[in-house]
Design a protein around this ligand. Structure first.
Ligand SMILES: Cc1cc2nc3c(=O)[nH]c(=O)nc-3n(C[C@H](O)[C@H](O)[C@H](O)COP(=O)(O)OP(=O)(O)OC[C@H]3O[C@@H](n4cnc5c(N)ncnc54)[C@H](O)[C@@H]3O)c2cc1C
Length: 357
């Protein structure tokens, strides 16, 4: 079976790798460089508690499956490529904004631990005053940029073809079935086509995915200052320690395909982080970037065949595409080769009525 994938982010690369392992022939078309989309901009958190504890059950279940797969997935990638992906299973501290939020956290604490202000400070000495919150040892993070590099190498080593700087511009059908992808350079015949073009997926076909902009900054500590060990959530930001810097994210804004970095975004992130951890006032700004999250109308992923036979989509992972990556890789590959059927909650055809109204 010959599969053409549009987009070399974590979704396209992961599914492509699993399809190769299942014996398919796979070509990925990438309009720029692999791993340069949202998968580059992300903070790399595997935030199974912080992001997903209140999500609808199918998405929560997807997150838990993915979270369970992560250690083996990271090890398999590292073994296949000799590249580290820096999986860090150091947990996360979720601080309560007020007494009501702390109460909600108590209700969510099954298998987790409520910590008081002193315990929170012991876990993260940089913290200012706090009400305490929820300590989740389930939370982890990876270096998402190292991850897509390793995934690219794994894909190529497994025999995949990856064409960078080659944008898909049209999907051809024959007899109602997807049959080829057209680019400025040629025509790629396929038995199945997968759209994994992130926030840009909706530009290709009737896929209802919109971009949601997020800005992130990185702060560098003064000499002698230590980074927090775990990820910290509070004051409307998250703080992720990564290779000697602290990533602070992220803004959330529907602004089309704009990825400019703004003074307002930088100021907001820095002010929130300093409120959370006052010593950060003396840390220097060392980076600032923005990216586009792929969001569907109901906020749930689109994982399956579209209304066109043989045309699949893996998108709409919104804030959790890095977390979901190992589960989406295996499950979408199985779906494309016909081993499993679509999960109705993620069926891309659930929006068909809306699209044709
Ligand atoms: C600021 C920010 C922080 C985030 N933090 C986290 C986090 O901590 N944890 C987490 O799990 N998730 C996080 N996310 C979300 C996560 O990054 C995304 O859900 C995930 O990366 C989506 O992966 P993807 O492969 O679908 O898309 P992308 O990584 O965007 O890849 C899509 C690729 O398709 C290519 N493409 C587009 N159009 C075409 C075309 N016509 N032809 C060929 N190629 C095309 C693009 O160039 C791109 O390389 C964050 C996102 C942002 C923006």
């Amino acid at each position: 079976m010959k599969v053409v994938i549009i987009g070399a982010g974590v979704a396209g690369l992961g599914i492509g790798w699993r399809l190769l392992q299942a014996g398919c022939s796979v070509t990925i078309l990438e309009r720029a460089q692999p791993g340069g989309g949202a998968s580059w901009a992300a903070a790399g958190m595997l935030a199974v508690t912080a992001e997903l504890e209140n999500s609808p059950e199918p998405e929560r279940a997807l997150a838990l499956r993915a979270s369970a797969l992560w250690p083996a997935f990271a090890a398999e990638l590292e073994e296949a490529t000799g590249r580290a992906v820096f999986l860090n299973q150091g947990g996360a501290l979720l601080l309560a904004g007020d007494a009501a939020e702390l109460e909600v956290m108590r209700g969510r604490a099954e298998g987790l631990r409520i910590v008081d202000s002193a315990e929170a400070k012991a876990l993260v000495p940089l913290l200012g005053s706090s009400l305490g919150g929820l300590w989740s040892p389930r939370e982890a993070h990876v270096d998402n940029r190292a991850l897509t590099e390793a995934m690219t190498i794994a894909f190529l080593k497994a025999g995949g073809v990856l064409n960078p700087n080659e944008a898909a511009v049209r999907i051809e059908t024959r007899g109602g079935r997807a049959s080829a992808v057209l680019t400025p350079y040629g025509r790629h015949e396929a038995d199945a086509v997968l759209i994994a073009a992130g926030a840009w997926s909706g530009l290709l076909e009737e896929v209802p995915i919109v971009p949601v902009k997020g800005e992130v900054i990185a702060l560098s500590p003064p000499r002698g200052a230590a980074l927090p060990g775990p990820v910290v959530w509070g004051e409307h930001v998250y703080c992720v320690p990564r290779h000697g810097r602290l990533l602070i994210g992220a803004t959330v804004e529907e602004a089309g395909f704009d990825t400019s970095m703004t003074e307002a975004g930088r100021h907001h992130l820095r002010a929130c982080a300093e409120k959370l951890m006052p010593p950060l006032k003396s840390w220097s700004l060392s980076d600032h970037w923005a990216g586009l999250r792929p969001k569907s109308p109901d906020g749930l992923p689109l994982l399956g065949e579209t209304a066109t036979a043989g045309l699949f989509v893996a998108g709409g992972q919104y804030r959790n595409g890095i977390l979901f990556a190992p589960a989406i890789a295996g499950e979408m590959a199985d779906l494309i080769i016909g081993k499993v059927t679509v999960d109705p909650a993620f069926d891309p055809r659930r929006f068909l009525g809306d699209l044709h109204e």
